[in-house]
Write a protein that binds this ligand. Structure first.
Ligand code: GLC
Length: 541
């Protein structure tokens, strides 16, 4: 199927999106870093044939030239590909090869800040009178050598960096190598919007917007009020350094650019934990979707997930479409490690069923389809500055390890030295082995995605929770006019009968998929009978 010519269903609503951390996916030239030719060579794993995972779109982490202070989220040139990842023509090839296989491509857009080596910043810092000076946020300090205000960097410490040459401070919400752009300067906004068109013209189907709700800061730079009793960045109420009202006008402009092309979509990484805030950025003249990361904070308890789902559904009611994520490149722990315990594969299948059967777009993080766990790292092996700073409490590196393809050295990721260590368990857990095993996590993901693809109830149906006080399991209903799906999830390793809020008529339901090969799941007397860690999808209609 060629997606470019396919008739337009809303791919971003009905599809499954696969998040590729490019430098860890597949290395084609032995330099230890994943790259675009490596990714292209592995597209058949993701879609384009009956044995593939079967997702609808890819989101690629930033491939632009970068000094890698924040591993690509510090961009030094928005119009190019880092030579370590390939070339612009490799990127064009990725788009056409992905499209041939029925997949869209979403590009990561990190435009709150640039690298301090971006030519714009290099110019900006040369003098107070340089035309690019106002492209960044430069301010005088307060008296007695204090920075312009009390704003903090989310990565730790003061958000203002002193520049000796021009005797002013510049603002950086993240590392000092990531100066924030001045979105209030029309020339900045114009340059960024033109760059968005540049990628759309190359055939990119959409974007993931990095920390978009930080674009605007209060124009007067007042101090944030203090909060008592907590440490670091959370020691302040962040009233002035993000979520400013001017955001909406910029999003409307961004959206109008997307809408001038056919079938393009954007998902935003909302900075901050509040689902209502995230929802406020979704809509017809805003983003198609915004992330709420509550699932990544949930303990393995059905009540916690139910609460997160209810909050997200409520926040988005009438305004937007949900999306869900269990793991990503910023979370210190992949969910296989967070939840796996003694039964990693069984738990991975229950988690996958939850993610892929809720109302909303599921985002998968590379490797979760084989239940990839965190790689154990010593402090000396950490590369990410945030991980190094907050070790041992947080390590983003542990969830960014190379993909485990097969049993060859370095899991088939590279013939060289991998940039981060490969998980030592790759001999047992890898794509090649799991493809051969009909009971593997991979086979289950593939079957689940196939089921979702053919089920109108799962792709489009409404959502009704069926277990209002869950202790060991969750059930919910997905209803479309043509079909209904009922999902039952056992979060524990003991078989049990999950009591439903409503006594559903049992007869018509048929098991469409279970995570257990010897499932005896049935609905009877207002209960679902579930085996140990069983995830089951019933259909009727
Ligand atoms: C986003 C990215 C993260 C990066 C940060 C600063 O949160 O996901 O990896 O460190 O932005 O750019």
């Amino acid at each position: 199927m060629n997606v470019v010519n396919s008739s337009a269903s809303l791919w971003w609503r009905e599809g499954v999106i696969y998040h590729i951390y490019l430098r860890s996916f597949a290395d084609s030239n032995g330099d230890g870093l994943g790259d675009l030719p490596g990714l292209i060579a592995h597209l058949d794993h993701i879609n384009g044939n009956p044995d593939a995972l079967g997702v609808d779109a890819l989101w690629i982490s930033p491939p632009y030239p970068s000094p890698d202070k924040d591993f690509g989220y510090d961009v030094a040139d928005y119009h190019n590909i880092d030579p370590r990842y390939g070339t612009l023509s490799d990127f064009d090839r990725l788009i056409s090869e992905a499209h041939k296989r029925g997949m869209r491509v979403m590009l990561d857009l990190a435009i709150n800040h640039t690298s301090d080596l971006h030519p714009w910043f290099l110019e900006s810092r040369t003098s107070r009178h340089n035309p690019k000076r106002d492209w960044y946020l430069w301010r005088d300090g307060r008296s007695s050598g204090r920075p312009p205000n009390n704003w903090q960097s989310v990565f730790g410490g003061c958000a203002w960096e002193w520049d000796q040459t021009t005797q002013q401070y510049y603002y950086h919400m993240f590392l000092k190598g990531q100066p924030d752009l001045n979105w209030r300067n029309p020339a900045v906004r114009k340059a960024l919007m033109e760059m968005v068109r540049f990628w759309l013209d190359r055939g990119v189907d959409g974007f993931r917007l990095d920390v978009f709700n930080l674009w605007f800061k209060h124009p007067d730079f007042p101090d944030n009020p203090r909060r008592l009793g907590v440490r670091g960045f959370s020691r302040q109420h962040h009233l002035h350094d993000y979520d400013q009202p001017e955001m909406f006008d910029a999003l409307a402009e961004f959206r109008s650019i997307l809408d001038a092309y056919s079938q393009r979509a954007a998902v935003g990484e909302t900075f901050g934990p509040d689902p209502w805030r995230a929802a406020s950025y979704c809509g017809d003249d805003k983003l198609h979707m915004a992330f709420s990361f509550e699932f990544t904070e949930c303990p393995w308890q059905p009540a916690a997930f139910l609460k997160a789902i209810q909050r997200w559904e409520k926040a988005l009611e009438g305004v937007g479409w949900p999306c869900y994520v269990l793991s990503n490149h910023d979370r210190p722990c992949r969910h296989a490690s967070r939840y796996g315990g003694r039964y990693p594969d069984a738990v991975a299948k229950v988690a996958a069923t939850l993610l892929l059967t809720l109302r909303g777009t599921p985002f998968l993080y590379y490797g979760e389809e084989i239940g990839m766990p965190n790689v154990p790292l010593r402090r000396s092996q950490l590369l990410d500055p945030v991980s190094r700073r907050y070790w041992p409490f947080l390590s983003r590196d542990s969830g960014r390890a190379p993909m485990q393809w097969n049993t060859s050295p370095n899991a088939g990721f590279t013939t060289g030295k991998p940039w981060l260590p490969v998980h030592p368990g790759y001999h047992e857990r890898n794509v090649a082995a799991q493809r051969e095993d009909p009971l593997s996590v991979f086979s289950f993901y593939r079957d689940l995605i196939r089921l979702r693809r053919r089920s109108l109830a799962l792709r489009k149906g409404s959502y009704t929770p069926l277990t209002s006080h869950p202790t060991r399991g969750l059930a919910y209903l997905r209803e479309a006019p043509e079909e209904q799906a009922l999902i039952g999830l056992n979060f524990s390793h003991r078989p049990f009968r999950l009591r439903l809020d409503y006594d559903l008529i049992a007869e018509d339901w048929a098991v469409a998929l279970s995570s257990l090969s010897d499932s005896t799941a049935v609905i009877a007397g207002g209960e679902i009978k579930l085996g140990p860690h069983e995830a089951v999808v019933f259909l009727r209609g």
